[in-house]
Design a protein around this ligand. Structure first.
Ligand SMILES: [Fe+2]
Length: 335
């Protein structure tokens, strides 16, 4: 059995039109639009599905308001699909509709499987020059403008602290996810069998409640991350934290608040790891980022993100900050 990738993420939303505008601005391709269902695709053929929050055929919600209702994972063969369904039916109901299996995980999030059929891209990745490594000859760097995320690279879900190991072991023991980094005070990063990203999935128990944390979308380079975030700001969407590079996974990031629930992330240059990596067990939570964007205004206004990489704009340690401030709720937005 091999789960290769995230195949689809379904959100239950309050305002279908607003969320459609959001994901259009974010750069996904609108594939279907109906009164009660909007579907976007990534460049490799994954889907983001928007449904009304009260749609009767959606899996039950684990949280109040909009958020992720189901994550469908893509498997590599009919044999793998059948084996997964049979194994999960040993302790839970699994329905199969139009080739997609639907069930739930230990937290209550909708969980499904489908045979994956990735679109193989033959795109020209962003090229960067440095002394001794020239990737771009006689070719100026130009603005990209139209950022199109390549793929959904990971999903992060919040879970309660109680029962968190059962929640994690369901994925590692039953679905063959591999824990890559275990951050004891925060959560567990996992990789699916058929991919090499440092993580495709994060179960985050720090907020101690079930809910949507974020979905992350790979773009081809740093410029895409920056331009994509700028574009979203220009379109009136609100940035959730400033540009930076994570410690765990090393990806360069920008986060935008998502009206469909949680946040979305533009990500580039994540670590690729194989079975020789980890699991790394962290007794304490590593610094959130290696760096974040700083300006002189930060020093002048007392909003410097902090040398230890933990304090963030809008956190209690920086009472003067209003930029990028997060709602007054437990912070679960590690990644
Ligand atoms: Fe992330």
């Amino acid at each position: 059995m091999a789960i290769e990738r995230i195949e689809s993420v379904t959100y239950g939303v309050d305002d279908l039109a607003e969320c459609t505008r959001f994901f259009s601005d974010f750069g996904l391709t609108l594939a279907e639009e109906a009164d009660d269902r909007v579907v976007f695709t990534t460049q490799v053929g994954q889907t983001v599905v928007l449904r009304p929050v009260d749609a009767p055929d959606l899996p039950p919600s684990v949280e109040t308001g909009p958020g992720i209702r189901e994550v469908i994972w893509g498997v590599d063969s009919h044999g793998a699909f059948d084996a997964l369904v049979a194994e999960l039916r040993t302790d839970r109901a699994v329905t199969v509709v139009d080739g997609v299996a639907h069930t739930h995980d230990e937290t209550g999030f909708g969980l499904g499987f489908a045979i994956t059929d990735p679109v193989h891209l033959n795109y020209d990745p962003r090229r960067y020059n440095s002394s001794g490594r020239v990737e771009r000859w006689n070719q100026p760097h130009t603005a990209i403008r139209d950022i199109r995320p390549i793929r959904i690279c990971h999903v992060a879900l919040n879970i309660p602290k109680e029962g968190r190991w059962d929640a994690v072991h369901f994925y590692t023991d039953r679905l063959n996810f591999r824990a890559t980094d275990i951050v004891k005070p925060m959560g567990v990063f996992m990789q699916v069998e058929g991919d090499d990203d440092q993580h495709n999935f994060l179960l985050c128990h720090r907020p101690d409640r079930a809910g949507t944390n974020h979905t992350s979308y790979e773009v081809s380079g740093f410029d895409d991350v920056i331009e994509g975030g700028n574009h979203m700001i220009e379109k009136g969407w609100r940035e959730a934290r400033r540009l930076g590079r994570h410690t765990v996974g090393s990806n360069v990031f920008r986060f935008i608040h998502n009206p469909a629930g949680g946040r979305v992330e533009y990500a580039a240059d994540m670590d690729r790891v194989d079975e020789t990596y980890g699991p790394n067990v962290h007794e304490e939570t590593p610094p959130h980022h290696i760096w974040v964007l700083e300006t002189n205004r930060d020093a002048e206004q007392g909003t410097l993100p902090g040398g230890d990489g933990v304090a963030e704009p809008g956190s209690a340690s920086q009472p003067g900050s209003t930029e990028f401030s997060e709602p007054a709720e437990p912070r679960g937005d590690f990644q």
